[in-house]
Design a protein around this ligand. Structure first.
Ligand code: NZQ
Ligand code: ZN
Length: 387
């Protein structure tokens, strides 16, 4: 078991109507609030009006229109400018992972005098960040319980994961009812994203029985509950369990004491959504089974066998190779069963830029150090198999 040093300072407030506690939480932090949100879903579900009512005694500045795969220009830059112009005390992010991620980059940029990209690209280490509170409306990324954000810079085809302990939200409000309106496409993509977060942690050299058990339970919970949410979008029990499983999925807690895995599917997917602006969870669902097939070897076989038996209930008496292959097939079949397009071509990606993307990934993502090391050629082969 490996050494670790762990702290998540985020307060989670979970359940129906928890947003009513918002004024109390915000009052302890500051009066001048930057309210950040996306393209308008929070208005449709009545959350925008409720937040404005709850915060009627606060000074609110708004940044709206944050897009999926949030953009450095204009969203991060606009947010930083608004924070500085209005002397903002706290950011209230209301939305899915994209709004939260963008808000994290803004929080760091607001306390920095130079170009915020210096921070996101790790050229400069942030010394401070504004506090962030969030109200989550989409179960997927786990941004509400981690210190990372992923920002896209269109002109350079970069989509960069930016992590800093300064960026843990102070408090995350999780009311599963706000996810009732999430579309079937985004519900399925959210499930695939959270499943992949767990898979990225599970497939490593050195893990514990404890962590393997958490991961296996997390995967089973996500599969059962995502299906229930798709069947009945207002199934509170299912939305609630899915939300909490997603929250725990990306925090690193399932990998404490494990050796590092390198998060290879994310390394590959971030390039896909940087170049083609696709939905992150769909890109992951497409890549994951092809990556699995590519890395299946004598060295990784036992990991796949454990995954197949404990997650999908595959007959343990079968030959190991057969169990592993059935496990990969089952992973693919599950994503297909929740109607995720399972080929790159279906999400608008052809073979014209695969070389360029494989090179970009190999240079920027460090996947030669992953659990199963990937060279540029390996990455290209996974992309070709995903077409
Ligand atoms: O913009 P609005 O109108 O709010 O609509 C959004 C958006 O169109 C909509 N939506 C959100 N809540 C809704 C809703 N529609 C109806 N009802 C609701 N309650 O859903 C669409 C997608 O939203 P988005 O925030 O983009 O989705 P998600 O939460 O999946 O976030 C994806 C982003 O997070 C990054 C991804 O790369 C991607 O950029 N990730 C962040 C991570 C992190 N911070 O730790 C880890 C992940 O691996 C991931 O990379
Ligand atoms: Zn993800």
């Amino acid at each position: 078991m490996q050494n670790f040093d762990y702290m998540t300072p985020t307060r989670l407030v979970f359940g129906e109507n928890v947003v009513e506690k918002l004024p109390e939480v915000m009052a302890a932090i500051g009066k001048r609030v930057l309210l950040t949100y996306g393209g308008g879903s929070i208005k449709k579900i009545g959350l925008y009006d409720r937040v404005k009512e709850l915060l009627k005694d606060f000074e609110i500045t708004e940044l709206s229109g944050i897009q999926p795969n949030p953009k450095y220009n204009p969203s991060v830059l606009d947010g930083v400018r608004l924070c500085k112009e209005n002397n903002i005390d706290v950011i209230l992010a209301v939305g899915g992972g994209s709004v939260l991620d963008c808000s994290k980059a803004i929080a760091a940029g607001a306390k920095y005098d130079g170009d915020p990209w210096d921070l996101i690209s790790y050229k400069v280490k942030a010394k401070a960040a504004l506090p962030i509170v969030d109200i989550l409306t989409l179960a997927a990324t786990g941004s509400e319980y981690d210190c990372g954000g992923v920002i896209s810079r269109t002109e350079t085809n970069d989509k960069v994961g930016y992590l800093d302990p300064l960026l843990y939200p102070v408090c995350s409000f999780l009311d599963p009812r706000y996810t009732f309106t999430v579309s079937k496409k985004q519900t399925a993509a959210g499930c695939a994203d959270a499943m992949n977060h767990i898979i990225e942690q599970y497939f490593c050299e050195d893990s514990t029985l404890l962590n393997d058990g958490f991961c296996e339970a997390g995967l089973k919970s996500l599969m059962v509950n995502a299906k229930a949410c798709l069947e009945n979008p207002e199934d509170y029990r299912a939305r609630a369990e899915m939300m909490f499983a997603c929250t725990l999925g990306c925090n690193g807690i399932y990998a404490l004491g494990n050796s590092r895995s390198g998060w290879p599917c994310h390394g590959i997917e971030h390039a896909l959504s940087a170049y083609y602006d696709i939905t992150h969870g769909e890109g992951l669902a497409i890549i994951t089974p092809r990556w699995m097939r590519h890395i299946l070897s004598e060295h990784t076989l036992d990991r796949f066998v454990k995954y197949g038996i404990n997650v999908f209930g595959i007959d343990a008496s079968l030959p190991k190779q057969e169990i592993a292959e059935k496990a990969i097939d089952a992973t693919y079949a599950f994503f297909e069963s929740i109607n995720i397009p399972m080929h790159l071509r279906e999400v608008g990606i052809d073979d014209s830029r695969l070389d360029e993307m494989a090179h970009h990934i190999a240079v920027n993502e460090g996947l030669e150090n992953a659990y199963a090391p990937l060279t540029e050629q390996d990455i290209k082969e996974i992309l070709v198999a995903s077409l």
